[in-house]
Design a protein around this ligand. Structure first.
Ligand SMILES: Nc1ncnc2c1ncn2[C@@H]1O[C@H](COP(=O)(O)OP(=O)(O)OP(=O)(O)O)[C@@H](O)[C@H]1O
Length: 367
């Protein structure tokens, strides 16, 4: 998969100058309100014509100002999902879904209605009108409608922003499934660090119309300076794991990551299911010795690979068998412990965040 964007556009006093490449299955566009995320989505989707530039999706040129190529919007084969589902109120769910393929030539209609309905779990909703659906159900139908157009790119502009946490949690697994099916690249606009930590394979950070960082999700999320605008609490590491075991006696779930096992309050996942964990830098402590009598369940051995000072705090990056974990410590602690690159340490994980099915291990100091 590939997405290659290099565009410049002027609207009023705002200049969008965005250049990035992504090979990710789900590319998150991330930035403050007014950073230009929607403008960029509209440029990619063909709603806005940039002054100049080039947009190439999986080798197909959608726009190239030097070659004077600009594929019209209806021929870009792009599916869109917006914050408010924008379903047709007078059509039932089945009719709304089928409307998605109306503009797709018959020869290109590959996706089957039944497959989309079961992928999104909306079998029970087919005869109902949008007004009778919950916010989460409407968004699932909107996603289904976009998929049935057999798009070559799916643009999702804050598709979950109007939903509460419970409804969001309802939709995440479907978006993950779409991402992991790998049939269609997804560009996803969001303000939420937790959302990109869970969903993104690549991240593009926009600031005042410029791309200030882009790359694989795990690399970008580790860089706390990028997330300073959203509060220092959010920065941290993202690691992949799968469910190794369920502990019924203590109602815990044991996860296997590259760096070792992590035990968290019970998650409703099957053995083998893969998931992403977010280890916030503020939830990680560092010990020189292997801690013995400690209530924290999760201790990962590793060695320090980087120290980055910002004011009174220092982000210490620890390589734990290939998983890079970040701990935010005071400068004083770093000095007192003599922390330096190469030093063997233990990362004590006080909390693990999962968007949707929140889980946190007890703090190290609790009995
Ligand atoms: N039609 C327009 N004419 C002039 N300026 C515009 C127009 N549309 C948007 N802007 C400006 O362009 C900038 C980027 O807006 P955009 O909607 O792309 O930001 P965003 O990152 O999507 O914000 P949000 O997260 O609030 O949706 C803003 O300063 C906005 O005021």
């Amino acid at each position: 998969m590939s997405l290659d964007v290099d565009v410049r556009h002027q609207q009023g006093g705002f200049t969008l100058q965005a250049k990035f490449q992504s090979d990710g299955r789900l590319t998150a566009l991330f930035g403050r309100s007014g950073a230009g995320k929607s403008t960029l989505i509209n440029v990619i989707g063909g709603l806005i014509h940039p002054v100049r530039g080039r947009i190439v999706v999986n080798g197909r040129i959608l726009f190239d100002s030097t070659q004077r190529i600009s594929i019209p919007r209806h021929r870009r084969r792009i599916g869109c999902v917006f914050q408010e589902g924008r379903l047709f109120p007078h059509l039932n769910v089945r009719q709304n879904l089928l409307f998605g393929r109306w503009f797709t030539p018959i020869a290109r209609r590959v996706t089957r209605l039944d497959d989309v309905v079961s992928l999104l779990g909306i079998e029970q909703l087919l005869g109902r009108r949008p007004v009778t659906l919950s916010g989460g159900e409407k968004q699932r139908v909107a996603i289904g409608r976009a998929l049935l157009a057999d798009p070559e790119l799916l643009l999702m502009d804050e598709p979950l922003a109007s939903l509460d946490d419970e409804r969001k949690a309802e939709i995440y697994p479907y978006i993950e499934r779409l991402r992991d099916d790998g049939h269609v690249p997804i560009v996803f606009v969001t303000h939420s660090v937790a959302e990109i930590a869970r969903l993104a394979t690549s991240i593009v950070v926009l600031t005042d119309g410029q791309v200030t960082a882009s790359g694989p999700a795990a690399d970008i999320l580790r860089n706390s300076s990028l997330f300073s605008q959203f509060g220092p609490a959010e920065a941290g590491a993202v690691i992949d794991a799968h469910v190794l075991a369920q502990d019924d006696e203590f109602s815990l779930t044991v996860l296997q990551a590259k760096s070792g096992t992590l035990t968290v309050p019970r998650l409703a996942r099957t053995i083998g299911a893969s998931l992403r964990l977010r280890l916030r830098a503020r939830d990680v402590m560092v010990s020189l010795e292997k801690p013995q009598a400690l209530s924290a369940l999760n201790v990962l051995p590793g060695h320090i690979v980087a120290l980055e000072t910002s004011g009174a705090s220092v982000d210490v990056t620890i390589d734990c068998a290939g998983d890079l974990v970040v701990a935010r410590l005071t400068r004083k602690s770093v000095h007192d412990l003599g922390l330096r690159p190469g030093l063997a340490v233990h990362a004590i994980i006080k909390g693990v965040a999962f968007e949707g099915d929140a889980a946190a291990v007890p703090p190290a100091s609790s009995p």
